[in-house]
Write a protein that binds this ligand. Structure first.
Ligand SMILES: [Zn+2]
Ligand SMILES: [Zn+2]
Length: 424
């Protein structure tokens, strides 16, 4: 299937005109053959010195199918073990890339894409995405998730010029990676609810077309979960399509608002390793566990609202000491303070929030309940409890309390600092 990016770049009912930088998106069996054709005598033929960035796993998975492409490129195979998008990986690429490189092909999953995107942006070279697994929604985003001095940072970067997602490659990816992609998509339940609530409470910019796009993607994948993990080609294509749609939604808005909020804030916190040790888990795995934790918390709030046990109160910062203790010991306190200045909750009037509560409860009631989501994740072997990612149960409460500080973006989790819940 060919995704026509122009479909999404029209003037929109939200009052903005959305922009999409990706020119061509192809999701089908044999997509890499099309890529080869474009490189030999199509729109990519002007690039004479392409560089492939892949890792030992993705090279092994693609060396037969992409043989012709590899023959005409400089191929850089990074060691897949402990590979991270960090300074060391960037250095290896910079030290090994030939001087006249004019195009980068990212052949891999999230980390390879982040490394490629970063290098492409630094040297102002276009890059092409060849996803080898449907493992997340970051393929077409404009930001790279980099680890600088042990801290995950979102660095402005570039979107790929084209995406060639070959079903013969990604449908055969390890199941664990595909499950992580499903997890990243399932998290949209939370972040879309958060966006609606932020719009309701503060009038934050909101685009209902983009939300519809994300919800459609979610619905499609939900209806064919089993087949996806069994590697059924059509269903895997649907998952890849949904993940790419989610990435396009971020491009349309210009940031990750449509695809990342409270649930991703928990993963950012865990990645900072201030309340936990290093978690040996994939991004998507952390995200689905976080989604479960936040969903439980939101359902608790919605129930309290419906039963008249939840009321808005004036914002008072009760976390200062905890922030000092946790972020201070790693030298991250200043950064966290800066991120949160001025405090967004101070703009919210308690009386206004009180008036919004019934609608907030409605938004949360529309989400699947905890059991439903748990079984959905269980069915496809996605991570769903803290134990699945090696996190201690004692980390749950501090995670919910501290996560909103990792990014200045309004979520119900953050708003809950202005809510008083009685009678539990
Ligand atoms: Zn719009
Ligand atoms: Zn994600």
């Amino acid at each position: 299937m060919r995704v026509d990016a122009d479909d999404f770049a029209r003037p929109c009912s939200c009052g903005r005109e959305h922009h999409i930088a990706v020119k061509e998106i192809l999701i089908e069996a044999g997509a890499v053959e099309k890529l080869e054709e474009e490189m030999s005598d199509g729109m990519l033929r002007e690039y004479i010195s392409p560089l492939v960035i892949c890792d030992t796993n993705t090279y092994a998975a693609t060396e037969d199918l992409m043989e012709d492409i590899y023959d005409r490129c400089q191929v850089l195979v990074l060691d897949a073990e402990d590979l991270q998008a960090d300074k060391q990986a960037i250095r290896i690429v910079e030290n090994n890339m030939e001087e006249d490189i004019d195009l980068i092909l990212a052949v891999g999953a999230g980390t390879i894409h982040d490394i490629s995107r970063f290098v492409a942006n630094r040297y102002k070279i276009p890059f092409i995405s060849v996803p080898t697994a449907a493992s997340g929604d970051g393929f077409v985003t404009t930001v790279a998730a980099m680890t600088w001095d042990g801290v995950k940072k979102t660095v402005p970067s570039v979107a790929p010029m084209c995406v060639y997602a070959d079903t013969d490659i990604f449908a055969r990816a390890p199941k664990r990676l595909t499950a992580a992609g499903i997890s990243d998509l399932v998290s949209k339940y939370i972040c879309l609810a958060d966006w609606k609530i932020a719009n309701l409470v503060t009038g934050e910019y909101f685009c209902s077309e983009v939300v519809k796009l994300e919800e459609k993607a979610l619905k499609t994948v939900r209806s064919s979960l089993r087949d996806i993990t069994e590697g059924e080609e059509d269903e895997c294509e649907q998952l890849m399509y949904a993940l790419i749609l989610s990435g396009l939604a971020m491009q349309m808005i210009g940031n990750s608002r449509p695809a990342s909020c409270a649930e991703h804030h928990l993963t950012h916190l865990w990645d900072m390793e201030v309340i936990n040790d290093h978690l040996d888990a994939l991004h998507g795995e952390k995200v689905s566990v976080a989604t479960m934790l936040v969903l439980e918390e939101y359902k608790r709030i919605a129930a309290a609202i419906t039963q008249g046990r939840c009321h808005a109160k004036t914002y008072v910062n009760e976390d200062e000491k905890l922030l000092e203790e946790t972020f201070g010991k790693k030298g991250l306190l200043e950064e966290i303070r800066k991120e949160n200045e001025p405090e967004i909750l101070r703009e919210i009037q308690p009386a206004h929030l009180e008036a919004c509560l019934p609608q907030i409860a409605e938004i949360i009631d529309e989400l699947p309940d905890e059991q439903e989501l748990f079984h959905m994740l269980e069915k496809v072997d996605c991570a769903r409890t803290v134990y699945d990612i090696g996190l201690d149960e004692a980390a749950i409460l501090p995670s919910l309390r501290l996560a909103p500080y990792t990014r200045k973006r309004l979520s119900l989790l953050r708003i809950s600092k202005m809510l008083e819940i009685r009678g539990e």
